[in-house]
Write a protein that binds this ligand. Sequence first.
Ligand SMILES: NC(=O)c1ccc[n+]([C@@H]2O[C@H](COP(=O)([O-])OP(=O)(O)OC[C@H]3O[C@@H](n4cnc5c(N)ncnc54)[C@H](O)[C@@H]3O)[C@@H](O)[C@H]2O)c1
Ligand SMILES: N[C@H](C(=O)O)[C@H](O)COP(=O)(O)O
Length: 333
Amino acid sequence: MIPRIAFTPGEPAGIGPELAVRLASSRANGHRGPVQIVALSDPDLLAEAAERMSLPLKLIPFDPDSAPADTPDGSLYVQPITLAEPATPGRLNPANAPYVVDTLRTAARGCLQRRFDALVTGPVHKGVINEAGIPFSGHTELFAEVAGVERVVMMLAAEELRVALVTTHLPLKDVSAAITSERLEQTILVLHRSLRDQFRLSEPRIGVCGLNPHAGEGGHLGREEIEVIEPALDKLRALGLHLLGPLPADTLFTPPQLARCDAVLAMYHDQGLPVLKFKGFGHAVNITLGLPFIRTSVDHGTALNIAGQNEADCGSLRAALAQAVQLAELRAL
Ligand SMILES: NC(=O)c1ccc[n+]([C@@H]2O[C@H](COP(=O)([O-])OP(=O)(O)OC[C@H]3O[C@@H](n4cnc5c(N)ncnc54)[C@H](O)[C@@H]3O)[C@@H](O)[C@H]2O)c1
Ligand SMILES: N[C@H](C(=O)O)[C@H](O)COP(=O)(O)O
């Protein structure tokens, strides 16, 4: 099998175009087997990035009706989507936001139609997309909408650590109300199923963080653990799931507790992701669980401060590609 992977380089003024060029030129450091990488992008954007970086880049028109073929070194297949205006590295332009969203929607639809075996995404800038008048909180939420799936789960993985989130991109003041029994149960079931079926862990062990300091200190520092989290965990334990917690996050993220878990479930974005990124920034992978297609992504943002300067590190993108290929190969078994 030669996996056919859709790749969206993301925000055109960010480091995505450079990462695409670097991926083409040094793919051997990531996934080593044959793989067809199809960039959904403006070809001129990629060609300009390659020229700035003094690296060769051959863009091969993608033919969806041809058999999957390996990507030669220094090349990418391309499905062209045209920018509204030329992009300048480091300078956000809301006029190009519809282009970014178009690349994501087109790639996701291609996956749903089985035209691609998986999707790897580069970084987008959520702010500029909203400034353009397009409500957007992240890839995760957009792909759930395109696929018509009610509950997906964001999980980032680095080395031995996997961190999944109950809530994703929402203001901190809204987190408590968003953590309902129903949402928690659905999230844990999606995570459990993915660890078992996609990551081949026969009896996944999930460590669950509390929401409040010291997991609520017996109700003296918040009651969400008593009223929402513990009842949901009890219900799922009765179904046979191996769940640890709710434990205070600063206890669960210690080596002895982590050794007891295959994944940690954090209640909100900045409870879990800083730990994960401290452990693995630069080679961690963001994986959306619960979609009807495989989607992986980089662990970093658009890095506007270094865009166009040939400084962007491609480690996380390579890891995201390797993870997507591995999941696609496992699915094909
Ligand atoms: N996968 C995604 O689409 C994704 C992920 C995270 C953040 N974002 C978005 O990116 C935008 C900017 O976010 P931010 O500034 O908080 O985070 P950022 O990751 O863009 O930058 C944080 C720091 O890390 C550096 N950095 C990031 N990636 C790098 C790379 N590959 N090589 C070398 N250095 C790198 C940057 O230069 C910067 O100093 C926001 O709009 C945010 O929402 C998108
Ligand atoms: N929460 C992610 C992170 O901090 O790395 C990032 O914003 C990307 O999320 P999406 O894949 O949903 O865009």
